[in-house]
Design a protein around this ligand. Structure first.
Ligand code: ZN
Length: 209
């Protein structure tokens, strides 16, 4: 199923949950947003669609690393001597040149996950720390692998539970779990628009549904 259809389903789940929990306007907006994000989250795995969107923009990372390289190079030339100066300039040059050749999409997803983990850790927001780690792990997984199983669902529900505890808004766990589940169900083979199914009981059972 296409990303847009997943997002629309997630939005509907968010709205439905908001009505069910009689949520205030701001909470309603948040639940709708979380519904669509959750319905896209399983595709954070390597070739997934969402990963193309949420990862930091590649060019900006190049510019940032290159700017750090220029600063470090200047600092090394002016302030350092001998081996330290040479080492400083070498690191500076690699920061300016290397990223263009090394940075790939999968790496960008991993890096975005790293940034989220760092922010979550810094502000002691456990849900963000866990979501960051989840994103990092997703960047290593094959498409329609573990993220499209009961394990992925359970981990995501746990992150949602942490978020609900942190924000103290009812319905977050419900909307995230249903949104994520809707993605897995809509990727199933029995639906006419899917050529490939999901092995949702992995690693217990290898059957494709
Ligand atoms: Zn999918």
């Amino acid at each position: 199923m296409k990303g847009a259809s997943h997002a629309v389903t997630g939005t509907a789940i968010g709205l439905g949950t908001a009505v069910l929990y009689d949520a205030a306007p701001a909470a309603t907006g948040l639940l709708i947003l979380l519904g669509s994000v959750s319905a896209l989250a399983p595709d954070l795995d390597t070739n997934g669609r969402l990963s193309n969107r949420i990862s930091l923009h590649r060019k900006w990372l190049w510019y940032t690393l290159a700017s750090i390289g220029v600063l470090l190079g200047t600092y090394s030339l002016v302030m350092l001597q001998g081996v330290w100066m040479v080492a400083g300039i070498a690191v500076a040059l690699s920061l300016i040149i290397a990223p263009r050749f090394l940075i790939k999409q999968r790496f960008m997803v991993m890096l975005s996950g790293g940034v989220l983990t760092g922010i979550g850790w810094f502000y002691s927001e456990d849900w963000l720390l866990y979501f960051g780690l989840f994103t990092i792990i997703c960047s290593f997984l094959p498409h329609r692998g573990l993220t499209h199983t009961w394990i992925g669902l359970a981990v995501f529900a746990f992150i949602a539970w942490e978020l609900e505890k942190s924000l103290m808004i009812n319905g977050i766990l419900t909307v995230c779990t249903l949104g994520y589940l809707s993605h897995i169900l809509l990727d199933m083979k029995m639906l006419p628009f899917n050529k490939k199914g999901v092995k949702l009981l992995q690693p217990l059972m290898n059957k494709e549904f």
